[in-house]
Write a protein that binds this ligand. Sequence first.
Ligand code: PLP
Length: 457
Amino acid sequence: MHTYTDVSAATARALADLCLDRLSMHAPLDNSLTPDELGAIAGETVTESGIGHDEALRLWEHVFAPACLSVDHPRYLAFIPGAPSKASAAFDMLVGASNVYAGSWLEGSGAVYAENQALRWISDLVGFGEGAGGVFVQGGTIGNLSALVAARETARHNRVGSPPRRWAVLVTDETHSSVKHAVQVVMDAEVISVPGDERGRLTGTALRERLAELSESERDGIFAVVATAGSTNLGVVDDIAGVAAVAQEHGWWLHIDGAYGGAGLAAPSVRHLYAGIEHADSFIVDPHKWLFAPYDSCALIYRDPVLARAAHTQKAGYLDPVNVEGEWNPSDFSVQLTRRARGLPFWFSLAVHGTAAYTDAIEHTLTVARAGRDLIGAAEHVRLLAEPDLSVLIFERIGWSASDYVTWSAEVLNDGFAFVTPTKHDGKVCTRFAIVNPTTTVDDLRQILNSMRQAAR
Ligand SMILES: *Cc1c(COP(=O)(O)O)cnc(C)c1O
């Protein structure tokens, strides 16, 4: 298994060819199969004597790969899609082949240096100072959790007197489920929900009003507030400056969840929406969403990384060689120790193309989204439900029931035409386009909207 023989060389070459094919093709949308369907086609693949290179490759190419949706398809507009640049996807192959340990400076200094350059670009977009820094983690979920753990450890450390009855974090209904899950399930703390404004935004005013309703002991446990820079369902940016002012008055940690929308910081046409973001204590953005990198990658950045290090550094006798003062150990800044160099594909593409190419690509998707909004506004069978700040369009098909959306969504997926799923807004089923792929065109959106004309299903 560990010798590079003629057979393993032939497999590696066949794999490299498959990778190049995938990079160069317009992949079909594909569709998922049931376990029974896959079982009938693939059968048992893990056997005592092995099925061999050729058969395993054949299974992947002809059975398993077509049973995975192509997230980078231009009409994949559900959830938040991904659209890796060719350079980032190609570099990911090398990251896999190299297997760098990127948890510590001692073992991965070159990779960590390169990743930190990419983090620096993002920190500068946020407006964090020289001292800011962090780590690339698996995704927004781990990024949000790690930031909030650092926030609570900081609050614990600074607190005089006995602990509060319940630690608590302020959020809104539009705050991503990963934040609420991190706080309630993982950290066993309280989520306090603040009503959003008419577009679902968290504002400083609403925050103050909600605060006035809380009991002394509820207020006492608050250690952080989470503002969303690009909500997943509506693509709306919270009133960050207003929230930051209240956080500052109360000494709370301000975390910004920009997993999807943080990329908009690089787009001059929307940069003003993020005013005040430089006051945040921590920030995340997922390069695997709107920054054109492959899965999985989240940039987690702290304004003062010393606080994160105090919360996250793992101590054990065998770790002493890596816990050297003054060295940048990525594992000090999140809940994970061992780490793939998951910022490298993003770094490579950013280094190759330059930051202006990123600005252009993000602005392009915004332009397409604005044209899509106009199409929805002009059509009679659909209605926009929230004015978007960024590149998510949420809308209803007038006259459709919940099951109409489900039927239509399955039909267009089965046809290999588009992947657009139902969602909910104000308790009502509707649908949305999330546009992060620079190859998505206005005509793609027009075609999908046209496919919704048929009245009842
Ligand atoms: C996607 C998303 C997350 C979760 O990120 P993962 O990378 O899926 O773990 C968190 N917050 C927001 C706003 C998101 O859009």
